[in-house]
Design a binder for this molecule. Structure first.
Ligand SMILES: *Cc1c(COP(=O)(O)O)cnc(C)c1O
Length: 362
């Protein structure tokens, strides 16, 4: 059977390393997207054992899972504006800190809290470039006014979310300056900002000067960043060889006949393919000329350096040959001592993993 194995030890080491790097600044662990594919609860439990007490979610269900499983005192921040009455009430029941990114949301949450004779704890979101949720820095006067006008909101934080922290220092510094401008204006107006936070994983690792009062980390916990770090990937797929065959010289394997045997070749067939997340990646946006150029350079590098896709059999890297299919792929096992049923390790990001149970191992 194919499973996705998560190493607790590697996960714990990543958390410890990130905590060390954060120093006194609390980590708000992001467990959105079903805990980045690992499962909200299994991920949160390891985080909790490592002393993490702040969590971020994007779905009510994720908050429910935490609250239903003894995460009763932990801070939970909803990372998006919620504008449905029922959803807001549910989140207030769950004592989730809401995000307020517009005047409309502010009024609605304030009104609902008033109806409940309650006070809603919220963080204000500033849009410094992402262009999704949040007040524009130009609306700072309106933001400041909220502190006085919204009697049923307890504003305990202000944050922004960078859109280019992994690939543009200049833009990120510009966005940080715009964000701090808003923060300082709020303070200058005599209001308390509460927790000021802006870093996701990439910003946290690249810009120590931006850590502020909290950092929101997701992908770094899993040890998968688009640049070199000291963190390690926490998971891999574990499958078994389905069949060993010898293809005669001239025979091909896979759709489009992308690979042809130069000589009689021993190959292994694996029951894993793109459906399971193998060779699936977050596609870079090719909207700008320089992104196209970057993608072309990366493809060229693969050709020049003959970067091979491999899996591991008996501790040896074995090259994947031909196109990876929906549910199968083939690997060249020439000279490798292996047989049907032998375990195979396949690198897949937990973000893409599908169709197999996720198991945590010591
Ligand atoms: C997903 C998300 C994060 C975490 O991003 P990573 O890059 O995975 O660390 C932080 N903040 C917000 C608002 C997010 O949506």
């Amino acid at each position: 059977m194919t499973t996705y194995v998560v190493s607790r030890e590697i996960l714990e080491n990543n958390i410890r390393q990130l905590k060390k790097q954060a120093g006194d600044v609390p980590i708000w662990a992001v467990v959105k997207g079903d805990g980045y594919g690992l499962g909200v609860l299994p991920l949160a439990e390891v985080l909790s054992e490592e002393g993490i007490t702040h969590f971020c979610v994007t779905d009510i269900r994720e908050a429910e899972i935490l609250r239903d499983n003894n995460f009763t005192e932990e801070k939970i921040l909803m990372l998006r504006s919620v504008s449905d009455r029922r959803d807001i009430n549910r989140l207030l029941d769950l004592k989730v800190v809401l995000t307020v990114g517009s005047e409309e949301t502010a009024r609605l949450v304030d009104q609902i809290a008033a109806e409940r004779a309650d006070v809603a704890e919220v963080h204000l979101k500033i849009d410094t470039g992402m262009g999704r949720y949040g007040f524009l820095p130009e609306e700072t006067d309106r933001v400041i006014a909220l502190y006085g006008e919204m009697k049923h909101l307890a504003i305990s934080g202000v944050y922004t979310h960078f859109n280019c922290a992994f690939n543009s220092k200049a833009l990120t510094r510009q966005e940080f300056a715009a964000f701090m401008g808003v923060v300082e204006a709020i303070r200058a107006a005599g209001q308390e900002t509460g927790v000021v936070h802006c870093c996701n994983s990439a910003a946290f690792l690249k810009f120590p000067e931006m850590h502020c009062d909290g950092v929101r980390l997701g992908s770094a916990l899993l040890g998968r960043m688009p640049f070199r770090t000291k963190l390690h990937p926490v998971g891999y797929a574990l499958t078994e060889i389905d069949e060993i065959r010898t293809l005669p010289a001239g025979h091909t394997t896979g759709y489009s006949a992308l690979w042809k045997a130069k000589k009689d070749t021993k190959i292994a067939i694996l029951p894993i393919g793109w459906y399971h997340g193998f060779r699936v990646s977050c596609q870079p946006e090719l909207g700008r000329a320089r992104d196209c150029l970057r993608a072309a350079l990366s493809a060229l590098k693969q050709i020049v350096f003959r970067q091979k896709v491999t899996v591991e059999i008996g501790g040896k890297p074995c090259r994947v040959i031909g196109a990876v299919g929906m549910l199968h792929c083939a690997v060249d096992v020439s000279g490798v001592d292996c047989r049907r049923g032998d375990p195979v390790t396949v690198q897949i990001s937990p973000l893409h993993v599908k169709g197999m149970p996720v198991v945590f191992r010591a």
